[in-house]
Design a protein around this ligand. Structure first.
Ligand code: AP5
Ligand code: MG
Length: 218
């Protein structure tokens, strides 16, 4: 199983496809958004600072992110992993290459390509569970069976503080500005695959998932 780096806009489905791959193959997830949300849950000064940055839609500093990612990569002890939300800019991509290079770890970068308006709709309708299962109020087969309750673990579903139109607008802007250089970087390394992750009547979420599996089995 190839290690995976998911790249994609807010709402492109990084978390959703990570969740599907974890359930099928037992990957370890390293989601920098979730790691940061864990920090903001504790009522510390650093947590409050990070929370404000996340709600504003800007990126948390590379210094904090690199420390987090280095610790996580250490803790998984060489098991297959999916990086969801890292790297977010060229400096992070280069630092990651150094880290992985030192450990001789190979990977596949996958860019989930989704239209901006679709991303926005997905974000506004999203509810999340602490177990990782994402839901969406606007997509019939992604609604919870019981209002506000996770089908899998029974916990209360949460609306993220940054899941509103204003935060999305900024997050998307930040994404567009920083992602092109990362795409070029991985393309030049021969490590990039782009997947159309727009769900349509003839292209289901499972079709997208199967295409991703095709890439990691290649
Ligand atoms: P993060 O938590 O990573 O958020 P994001 O990148 O904005 O991405 P999202 O989690 O919003 O979207 P997703 O692609 O996971 O979509 P999902 O699968 O849930 O980061 C949050 C913040 O943390 C950043 O803004 C930044 O401040 C900070 N941060 C994180 N990493 C950082 C880093 N490396 N450096 C600096 N700062 C960092 O899907 C969305 C919705 O759509 C769900 O409801 C889902 O059910 C639905 N859906 C998914 N797929 C489909 C489909 N095919 N059809 C229909 N609906 C679908
Ligand atoms: Mg996510």
């Amino acid at each position: 199983m190839k290690n995976i780096i998911f790249l994609g806009a807010p709402g492109s489905g990084k978390g959703t496809h990570t969740n599907m791959l974890v359930n099928q193959f037992g990957y370890i997830t390293i989601s920098t958004g979730d790691l940061l949300r864990n920090i903001t849950a504790g009522n510390t000064e650093l947590g409050q600072k990070i929370k404000n940055i996340m709600v504003s839609g800007e990126l948390v500093s590379d210094e904090i992110m690199l420390e987090l990612i280095e610790k996580e990569l250490e803790s998984i002890e060489g098991k297959p992993f999916i990086l969801d939300g890292f790297p977010r800019n060229l400096a992070q991509a280069e630092a990651l290459s150094t880290l992985l290079g030192k450990k001789n770890i190979d990977y596949q970068a996958i860019y989930l390509d989704v239209l901006e308006n679709t991303c926005k709709e997905r974000i506004v309708g999203r509810l999340v569970c602490k177990c990782g299962k994402p839901y969406n109020l606007f997509t019939p087969d992604l609604r919870p069976k019981k209002d506000g309750i996770c089908d899998v673990c029974g916990s209360a579903l949460i609306k993220r503080d940054d899941d509103n139109e204003e935060s999305f607008k900024k997050r998307y802007e930040v994404f567009i500005k920083n992602t092109e250089p990362i795409k070029v970087y991985y393309e030049e390394l021969g490590k990039l695959k782009i997947i159309d992750a727009n769900q349509t009547e003839t292209r289901t979420r499972n079709d997208i998932h199967e295409e991703i599996i095709g890439v990691i089995n290649d």
